[in-house]
Design a protein around this ligand. Structure first.
Ligand code: BES
Ligand code: MN
Ligand code: ZN
Length: 486
């Protein structure tokens, strides 16, 4: 993991010394005038197609090795959509720019309906970090960008907001990179024990403790649903508990719960072969809550946080559970396992019951839970399910702020009937219709003791195809949500 180093810069743009100055066309033209640049540079500026998504590079002065000119600023205000296009074009262009450091002069842009330079900076950092992320743990010839540090330029009133945004953004980007690394790490390395080892590293910071429950302890606690998944694997399952005490001693904690299926074969209800490798990403919920916790610790947020990771591998074996098995959950409710591939809800339900002991202010679980959410929302939005409208709205707002969006879906009583079983209190699947909703309905039966939300991230957590890899979502949404709580 290599993290971009962010800082701030102030003072006149013309006097800056840098390998690359990132500016809009109006800024570049003003600079050219002030500095009296070559006719070649002037020609390049007048020929430039000033559209969002376009960039060009040229030489302005001796001390600024190159200027990266970003298209899109024509009038006074830039729309949010155009700003995003500018961010992705500029970030992409910077990844192939030579030199070690850059100055980013786009944070003071006037973006329509935006929340000032704090917002422009937060979103710029997030775009830059996404573009600069590489994963090269097992493959050495990965194109590595040259730029190692970026200073965000601002002055006057904007500077304070930019400074705060850089400090917070740096913490968020570190957490997001951790989430992506965990997701991308192959499943022969990233097993439940590995998630525990990485989580333990968080405890080197003050106010953080990490502990775990092993299978023996979970059996003793009555976590029959979790154990029914884990029992099919040679890799021992773990319930990982990370506690961060950044708030007052008596303050109720917020709780994050992550689905950490380090590989999902489907179990005896075996998945089909094509793209099964992508089921290494079935721990992206766990990765996102661990990454968010890292960001919260780095940012030193003044709140108490408990992060619970339900880590297990879903394998078919002589010890695996069968369709038809009935298990007793920690809550005492019994479940008929009709499909061993609906394992996420089985590990999560016991984690949700376990969460009660922390008397949570809120519980948010994050899971690559259903293929159906990919059909419903694609890779644009996470499904947001909740038993509490305020909590749900706070998550949606946080997602909007960072453009890491969610969309609400109902957890109505009307759907609960689909989980009826002849042999247990409920079945673990609800039939063909509304698959993501019945999965959420299943979880809701274990989350009655507190305000609860469930994020189904099967669509947003990772990408397939040529750009296959973990996205680090929804770390920005979760972190922003907690930032607002602190
Ligand atoms: N991990 C999968 C969900 C998933 C599917 C994530 C595709 C990403 C892409 C989950 O454990 C699962 O297998 N869900 C089943 C549930 C079904 C058996 C009710 C599904 O969605 O098909
Ligand atoms: Mn499954
Ligand atoms: Zn799964």
């Amino acid at each position: 993991m290599r993290i971009m180093k962010y800082s701030t810069k102030t003072g006149s743009l013309a006097k800056q010394k840098t390998d690359c100055l990132v500016v809009s066309l109006p800024q570049a033209k003003a600079l050219a005038k002030e500095l009296g640049v070559s006719s070649a540079a002037n020609l390049a500026l007048s020929d430039f197609s000033n559209k969002p998504g376009k960039t060009t590079q040229l030489v302005l002065t001796r001390s600024i090795t190159r200027a990266l000119v970003v298209g899109g600023v024509t009038g006074k205000k830039v729309s949010q959509a155009d700003y995003r296009k500018m961010l992705s074009a500029a970030s992409a262009a910077l990844t192939s720019t030579p030199g070690k450091s850059a100055i980013w002069a786009l944070a003071t842009l006037d973006v329509a309906d935006a929340k000032g330079s704090q917002w422009t900076t937060r979103n710029a950092l997030s775009s830059l970090s996404s573009a600069f992320y590489t994963f090269d743990a097992q493959k050495k010839d990965v194109a590595k960008p040259s730029i190692k540090s970026i200073a965000v330029h601002g002055d006057g009133n904007a500077l304070k907001g930019i400074r705060q945004a850089v400090a917070i953004g740096q913490a968020l980007d570190t957490g997001m990179a951790l989430a992506r690394d965990l997701g991308n790490t192959p499943p022969n390395i990233c097993n439940p024990n590995y998630l525990l080892r990485i989580s333990r590293k968080l405890a080197t910071a003050p106010k953080v403790t990490v502990r775990s429950l092993d299978e023996k302890e979970m059996t003793k606690l009555g976590m029959g649903a979790f154990m029914s998944v884990s029992q099919g694997s040679d890799q021992p399952g773990k319930m990982i508990i990370i506690q961060y005490k950044g708030g007052k001693a008596k303050e109720q904690p917020h709780v994050l719960v992550g689905k950490g299926i380090t590989f999902d074969t489907g179990g005896i209800s075996l998945k089909p072969g094509p793209a099964m490798d992508e089921m290494k990403f079935d721990m992206c919920g766990a990765a996102s809550v661990i990454g968010t916790t890292k960001a919260v610790i780095d940012a030193g947020l003044k709140l108490n946080l408990v992060t619970i990771v339900a880590a297990a591998e879903n394998m078919p074996s002589g010890g695996a559970s069968r369709p038809g098995d009935v298990v007793t959950t920690m809550s005492g409710q019994t479940v008929e396992i009709l499909n061993t591939d609906a394992e996420g809800r089985l590990v999560l339900c016991d984690a949700l019951t376990y969460a009660e002991r922390f008397k949570p202010k809120s519980v948010v679980d994050v899971a690559t839970l259903t293929g159906a959410i990919v059909v419903a929302l694609g890779s644009q939005a996470a499904g947001v399910f909740s038993n509490n409208d305020k909590l749900s709205q706070e998550l949606l707002d946080a997602g909007n702020y960072m453009h890491d969006r969610g969309w609400p879906l109902p957890v109505w009583e009307d759907y609960q009937g689909q989980l009826r079983s002849n042999f247990a209190d409920m079945a673990n699947i609800g039939g063909r219709e509304a698959g993501s909703i019945t999965a959420a309905c299943f979880l809701s039966r274990f989350a009655k003791a507190y305000p609860w939300a469930h994020l189904d991230i099967a669509g947003v957590g990772y990408q397939g195809g040529a750009r296959k890899g973990a996205t680090g979502r929804p770390v920005p949404m979760l972190f922003q949500y907690l930032l607002e709580q602190a």
